[in-house]
Design a protein around this ligand. Structure first.
Ligand code: THU
Length: 143
């Protein structure tokens, strides 16, 4: 199993570009008839598995689920709970960064994971910890 913080990309034989490519593939599956904003996400897990998700909207707008949370749910459903990185693919021309709810949701599983985003055509890697300072945690929770 690769450790967060180590050079896990090399160890697991994948690249941020490849992870983003999977996110883009999942983006094509997005169900977004209301916003028409299609998003895909791909997680690199510590065993090397790459697990994706897309946003799923609902006519009751508020129950819409983002691609990042669907991907993380898919990972947990496959028995994997240790993500090292996530790539998020939104509209090619806009900077698509995880919403606050997704940041909290992802931090449950690894507050230090790397978030790979596309900014002005280039990939950037941002630690989730810097996107969500003072995250909520249950007191005395030692999980
Ligand atoms: N959305 C995501 O799936 N991930 C993000 O990082 C930002 C927003 C979705 C939710 C909704 O279906 C649509 O994009 C517009 O907000």
């Amino acid at each position: 199993m690769a450790e967060p913080g180590s050079d896990y990309w090399l160890k697991l034989g994948t690249t941020p570009e490849q992870l983003m490519k999977v996110a883009e593939e999942y983006r094509t599956m997005a169900y977004a008839p209301y916003s028409r904003f299609f998003v895909g996400a791909a997680l690199l897990m510590d065993d090397g598995a790459v697990i994706g998700g897309c946003n799923v909207e609902n006519s009751s707008y508020g129950v819409t689920l983002c691609a990042e949370r669907i991907a993380m749910g898919n990972a947990v459903s496959s028995g994997r709970v240790r993500p090292l990185a996530i790539a998020v693919a939104g509209d090619a021309d806009s900077f698509c960064s995880p919403c606050g709810a997704c940041r909290q949701f992802l931090a449950e599983f690894n507050p230090n994971m790397d978030v790979i985003l596309r900014k002005r055509g280039r990939l950037v890697s941002i630690p989730l910890s810097s996107m969500l300072p003072y995250l909520f945690k249950l007191e005395d929770d030692e999980r």
